[in-house]
Structures are given as structure tokens and as C-alpha cells.
Ligand binder design. Structure first.
Ligand code: BG6
Length: 471
């Protein structure tokens, strides 16, 4: 069977404001949870931003976005996924009026995208709750966050009504289970956070997300608003039915989030989990109705799969994209220990499609590697990243397989289309981009941009609407 991508497939790349903009206190921006997280998610936050935080400068996208968008356009991007830094718009998060300079920055950024026919895809909240909301309100544990988020969403929906069509409500919303501070702005340390408060915070996010869908559609019925989950297929380690059930239960932790977003109500397995764990979710009047505002599409990140087992002796936790799991003996790993499983992408696409029958958007996928900049004979500086090309090619072939299976896939944006600061470890050494940025973990570097080999490869993929993958 001939594999192909549909006409109008949205090819592009993805980034997040806090990992590349820098300018962390320019033009009225307030501090966010990222500004006090210099070493990634696994170390506790500092009181105030410290100089060893690579995100404070990022790759200086705030001042260089024109140059960068031009490079994306050169590759032929149809879509560019970025996030709006909440604390640029509402510096503390609980103000009544937005910060005009912050709004203007994104006006200019989106105009620049449209200059080249690139459609912005905007994440409303990508791991950067305003710090004030974390410190004063304990983040999403507090119901008031729903109102603050609604005001923020309404403000940006109204302002960018004619500039942005595609929206994502929360980045990898399920990651709050492991990283309540980064993902949910919850100030209480994880070890002290009760399950009751954690799941109540999740409820608040789910209500806020559905409210955003409602508000967005009122402002512009043409908006396409999606949820965004961290997807990670969970395979049973063996065919032992105990392992199969264990894998199913673990998977519920993840499907729960997309289930509520796509179906509009809490699934039975979660009600059981709440009963068995003494959790009582407080629903305010109207919450059930709000949740019925389901998303237009389901988007997700995909980097790896994991295994699960019921055997405590085999429950070893491998490295992974925020949530690691039992390593799969059949798979190889990246330099950072993430297991590489292209077929897992076809599997998860089919699984989501069968479950929801809603269009799917792969909004993150990519390979973090320690790239080396080299100088060619003609003097050009580049990175010979054949390993990245192989990784992306193998994954894209599986996307095409899923499309052939009948799955409705809207688009594909590679993660970190330009090198940026990593989310989990706050390193710059871990590079994902088609564009190399001369900036290093010790703060050195000119911030110059260089096209990698994969830059030219991706340009051809987009230019042939994927056909070059099969030649
Ligand atoms: C996802 C996040 O978890 O994975 C991104 O949405 C993140 O923000 C990406 O950067 C890759 O992870 P890392 O830790 O390698 O940057």
C-alpha cells in the first residue's frame, strides 16, 4: 500500500516560551515557576531567580524571533507551536487588567508567522504558572485558579481572535501527577501533597480547560481547541495477566485526562480509584455541565513507550520523559536513556483514534542529543545529525502507517525545532533542533544560529508532503 500524508497536513515544529524566550523580566513580565527552577523538575525551587538558570536568557528568542521564524519558513513550516507565557500577560496572575506590552509581543510574533503563511498553534499554559499564584494560592489546588485562567484565556482569545486558530489548553496536563510544582504551580512540596489535594487540583484544571473550550468557541466558532497529554504507551512486560492488568491500571492514570477532555465526564475507573483512596472530588454547581464542552481535537507528545509489571522485583524505573517506566528489553535508548520506539507512535495513534474518534495532533516528538558543531570544507558550520534524521524518519513512517490504518492525523510538530533549554534537566547540551544555537550550559556562546543537516532533510520532507520519506 502506498503510504502518504493528506493534503493540508500541518507540518512544523514546537517550542515553549519558558524554554527559549529569555527576557524573563522584560516589558513587565512577572516571575513564573520556571524562573525559580534552575535545575529542572527534580530539584526544589529557589526563592528568587538565580543566575545559573539557563531559562532566564534561553536562546534569546524574545529578541531574535524574526530571524528564527524566517528559518522555520525556509524549512516550509505550515505551523509553529509555541506557548504564551502567562506571566507576560498577567505578571502575578490575579490582576484584573493584562499587561499591554506582553500582549503586543505575541501580536508581533504571530504577525511574523503569518508573513510567511505559518499558522501559530498556541499552548495557553506550558509549565509556567505565575510564581505569585504558586506561592500565594498553592497553584491549582486553589479553586480561584479557575477564574484567573479563564480571565487569561478570554484575554488572549479575544486579542488573537484573527491571528490564532489552533489552541492547546495545558501542556502535558497529566504530568501534574509527578511534577505538581512545574505542571500545576502547586507550592506544597510533592511529598507533603495529599492525594485529595492533588486530584482536586486536577479537577480544577479539567474544569478550566473545558471552560476555555466554551469561552473560545463563543469568541470565535472557528477556533480549534485541543487538550495536550503526555502519551506513553504502556506495554505489559510479559503476557502474564497480572502484568496486563497492571499495565491497564497504570495506563488509566494517563487516559483519565484525555477521557475527560474528549468525552466530557469522569470515567468509571477513576470513580473507583477515588472511592478506594478516600478521595472526594468537590464539584461546584455547574462543573458537570462545563466538562461537557469537549475538545475539538486531542494532541499529545510522544517520545517513548514503557513497560509495566505486577512483579515488585522487576519494577525498576528507567529514565524517561518526566514519567519513566520499566525498560523494554527489545528497545534501544537515546543518550539520555529514553527508549526509542517508533511503532509505539502508530500504536498510540490508533489507540486514541479508536477511543475518541476525534482528530489527533502529534505536537511533540524528537530526539535530544549532544550535538557537535563542525566546520565543513566550504567554511559552513553545521551538525551532522544523521541520528536525528533516522529517528524522525522512523517515527514519521509510523505516522503514515497510522494514517493508512484510517486514523485522522491533523499534523506533526517536532519538539524543539530550534535548540532550547530542556524542561526536565534545564540543560542546553541536550539539543533537539534543526537549528543549532551557539549557547552552552556554562552560559557561554554567541547565540548564533546554524542549520543542521536535519534542517535540509526536513525541508524536503515538508516540500514533498512526506513523499521523500519513502524514496
Ligand atoms: C515534554 C515537554 O515533556 O518534553 C517539553 O512538553 C520538553 O517542555 C520535552 O522540553 C522534552 O523534554 P526535555 O526534558 O528533554 O526537555
Amino acid at each position: 500500500m502506498k503510504l502518504q500524508f493528506p493534503e493540508g497536513f500541518l507540518w512544523g515544529g514546537a517550542v515553549a516560551a519558558n524554554q527559549l524566550e529569555g527576557a524573563y523580566q522584560e516589558d513587565g513580565k512577572g516571575w513564573s515557576t520556571q524562573d525559580v527552577s534552575p535545575h529542572g523538575v527534580k530539584t526544589p525551587p529557589t526563592d528568587v531567580p538565580t543566575e545559573d538558570n539557563m531559562k532566564l536568557i534561553g536562546i534569546d528568542f524574545y529578541h531574535r524571533y524574526k530571524e528564527d521564524i524566517k528559518l522555520f519558513a525556509e524549512m516550509g513550516f505550515k505551523v509553529f507551536r509555541t506557548s504564551i507565557a502567562w506571566s507576560r500577560i498577567f505578571p502575578k496572575g490575579d490582576e484584573l487588567e493584562p499587561n499591554e506590552k506582553g500582549l503586543q509581543f505575541y501580536d508581533d510574533l504571530f504577525d511574523e508567522c503569518h508573513k510567511y503563511g505559518i499558522e501559530p498553534l498556541v499552548t495557553i499554559s506550558h509549565y509556567e504558572t505565575p510564581l505569585h499564584l504558586a506561592r500565594e494560592y498553592d497553584g491549582w489546588v486553589n479553586r480561584k485558579l479557575v477564574g484567573f485562567y479563564e480571565r487569561y484565556a478570554e484575554t488572549i482569545f479575544t486579542r488573537y481572535k484573527h491571528k490564532v486558530k489552533y489552541w492547546l489548553t495545558f501542556n502535558e496536563i497529566n504530568s501534574i501527577l509527578e511534577f505538581p510544582f512545574m505542571s500545576g504551580g502547586i507550592g506544597t512540596p510533592k511529598e507533603k501533597l495529599s492525594k485529595q489535594d492533588l486530584y482536586q487540583a486536577i479537577h480544577h484544571e479539567l474544569v478550566a480547560s473545558a471552560a476555555a473550550v466554551r469561552i473560545g468557541h463563543e469568541i470565535n466558532p472557528d477556533f480549534k481547541i485541543g487538550c495536550m497529554v503526555l502519551s506513553m504507551p504502556i506495554y505489559p512486560l510479559t503476557p502474564n495477566p497480572d502484568d496486563v492488568i497492571q499495565a491497564m491500571k497504570s495506563d488509566h492514570n494517563n487516559t483519565f485526562f484525555a477521557d475527560v477532555h474528549a468525552r466530557g465526564y469522569y470515567p468509571g475507573y477513576m470513580k473507583r480509584f477515588f472511592r478506594e483512596n478516600g478521595i472526594e472530588i468537590h464539584f461546584e454547581p455547574g462543573d458537570e455541565e462545563i466538562l461537557k464542552h469537549t475538545v475539538d481535537f486531542v494532541s499529545f507528545s510522544y517520545y517513548m513507550s514503557i513497560c509495566e509489571t505486577a512483579d515488585p522485583a522487576k519494577q525498576i524505573k528507567g529514565e524517561g520523559n518526566l514519567l519513566g517506566g520499566v525498560p523494554n528489553p527489545y528497545l534501544k535508548s537515546s543518550d539520555w536513556g529514553w527508549q526509542i520506539d517508533p511503532q509505539g507512535l502508530r500504536y498510540i495513534l490508533n489507540a486514541f483514534w479508536d477511543r475518541y474518534q476525534k482528530p489527533l495532533f502529534i505536537v511533540e516528538n524528537g530526539l535530544g542529543a549532544a550535538d557537535q558543531l563542525v566546520t565543513l570544507e566550504n567554511g559552513e558550520k553545521t551538525v551532522e545529525d544523521g541520528y536525528r534524521i533516522n529517528y524522525l524518519k522512523e517515527h514519521l513512517v509510523q505516522v503514515a502507517e497510522a494514517i493508512a490504518d484510517g486514523v485522522d492525523v491533523m499534523g506533526y510538530t517536532t519538539w524543539g525545532c530550534i535548540d532550547l533549554v530542556s524542561a526536565s534537566t534545564a540543560e542546553l547540551k541536550k539539543r533537539y533542533g534543526f537549528i543549532y544555537v551557539d549557547r552552552h550550559d556554562d552560559g557561554s556562546g554567541t547565540l548564533e544560529r546554524y542549520r543542521k543537516k536535519s534542517f535540509h532533510w526536513y525541508k524536503e520532507v515538508i516540500g514533498t508532503n512526506g513523499q521523500s520519506l519513502f524514496e
